[in-house]
Design a protein around this ligand. Structure first.
Ligand code: PLP
Length: 440
């Protein structure tokens, strides 16, 4: 009965029940009754319990709330941004335009065009001295899809996935979506948010199938050194069933030296899935292109999943990515120079705010200050209990958008992005300082 009601009755398409609130005065009793049942059935509609397993990304929620306030004419400074505030370099945009004109408009191969996969292999050799063949590479719709493919391909019900905390919002949620269990290991500001080999080994169990981390890390900016990665690799050597997802999407946004990948250690390279992409280093977030490098078995599995999900990444984007990858890195380096100047300024500004402890980020474009000194305080109107309250307070009273630490597995902190102009950073931090100053 319910099914027929929704699928067969044409009136429903004209009487969409969402947001039903208009006057029903002019309707006949029959139409009114019909619409009442529409709404009731819509509200009772069963969706998959899968949706209850994971949360929406808080980063996107904050960006949305900021946009809503701006639409009301409020000048909100967005320090929640997870993307470079720079435009895509001109030569890459030209390559995209040329791809359209050259009719790159057909379905691409599911794993990506062969010449793009070659270009990615050349990038790995040039930047990381890592040898991969095109059969190891799968190109996807953003690094987020690369991650989803890999997690869904590797784990299932009953498996445990070790994730050092703070972590990027999607890791824990995608693991839950795959019906596996995230095992979160807390790291702290005092250890520079780094997981030690001892802590890693202590948390490995019979059920551990996967380890996921990012270096440089979103949200903390932590960058693991070669020796630290070597110590983690030595632990993984002892546990051959565990695979490692190494998210290196912030590879180029590194303020302390050369990027180091855990895949450089031959004893475990075959078990490492590198995730990378064009979003951060090339300011191409909207192009949506990510990729993995993995052993051929995992790569094939990701290709199989992707074949059903999306049939592969956008063709025009893939052509543009080839140009980006084969060009020199000057535009990226220019962008990173700007991030570095802002990083210094942001550290100076955060130090001026009392009660905050903050590690200097070695990479990426975020700081992750500990703000728990403000919990329990109020401005006479609003009491701050946790980091979610604090970011809502900063948004509503200070008109600055940031992201709560809860989204990254650490409620003592908030994430502040410096992917915004120096002018906006100055203004934003002044507003944060003022708003926090009102909390007693
Ligand atoms: N990995 C990390 C650590 C990120 O911060 C992000 C984006 O914020 C991604 C992956 C996803 O990148 P993409 O936009 O290419 O899907």
């Amino acid at each position: 009965m319910k099914k027929d009601f929704f699928t067969n009755d044409k009136r429903l398409t004209q009487n969409v029940p969402v947001g039903y609130c208009e006057s029903s005065k002019n309707q006949t009793p029959n139409v009114r009754t019909f619409r009442y049942f529409c709404i009731r059935n819509f509200l009772n509609m069963q969706l998959s319990p899968r949706l209850q397993r994971f949360n929406e990304p808080e980063t996107l929620k904050m960006a949305k709330l900021g946009r809503e306030l701006r639409a009301k004419g409020i000048d909100v400074i967005d320090l929640s941004l997870g993307e470079p505030d720079f435009n895509t370099p001109t030569h890459i945009k030209q390559a995209a335009k040329k791809a359209i004109d050259d009719n790159w408009s057909h379905y691409p191969p599911v794993a990506g065009y062969p010449d793009l996969r070659e270009a990615i292999c050349a990038k790995f050799k040039r930047d990381n001295n890592l040898d991969y063949n095109p059969e190891n590479i799968v190109v996807s719709t953003g690094a987020k899809q690369s991650l989803a493919n890999a997690v869904l391909a590797i784990v299932s019900d009953g498996d445990e996935v070790i994730i050092p905390t703070p972590y990027w919002v999607t890791y824990s949620e995608i693991v839950r979506l795959a019906e596996a269990t995230p095992k979160l290991i807390k790291t702290s500001v005092t250890s520079g948010y780094k997981l030690t080999a001892q802590e890693l080994e202590k948390n490995i169990s019979e059920k551990t199938r996967l380890f996921i981390f990012s270096s440089p890390c979103n949200p903390t900016g932590t960058v693991y050194t070669k020796n630290e990665l070597k110590a983690l690799a030595a632990v993984f050597e002892k546990y051959p069933k565990i695979l490692i997802i190494s998210d290196e999407i912030y590879e180029y946004i590194n303020f302390v030296g050369e990027h180091e990948s855990i895949a450089q250690f031959d004893s475990i390279k075959d078990r490492v899935i590198i995730i990378n992409g064009m979003s951060k280093g090339y300011a191409m977030t909207g192009y949506r292109l990510g990729y993995i490098a993995a052993n051929a078995k995992v790569a094939k599995a990701c290709e199989k999943l992707q074949g059903q999900f999306t049939s592969g990444a956008n063709a025009v984007t893939q052509r543009a990515a080839i140009t980006a990858l084969l060009s020199d890195l000057r535009p990226t380096q220019e962008m990173v120079k700007q991030f570095e100047l802002r990083r210094q300024r942001v550290m100076d500004l955060i130090e001026e705010i009392p009660g905050i402890e903050c590690a200097k980020p070695d990479g990426a474009f975020y700081i992750f200050p500990v703000v728990k000194a403000y919990f329990g305080k109020n401005d006479g109107e609003t009491t701050i209990q946790n980091s979610s309250d604090l970011v809502m307070y900063l948004l509503n009273k200070g008109h600055v958008s940031t992201v709560s630490g809860t989204a990254f597995g650490d409620d003592d902190c908030i994430r502040i992005s410096f992917a915004n102009s120096m002018e906006n950073i100055e203004k934003g931090f002044l507003r944060i300082k003022d708003a926090l100053g009102k909390l007693k």
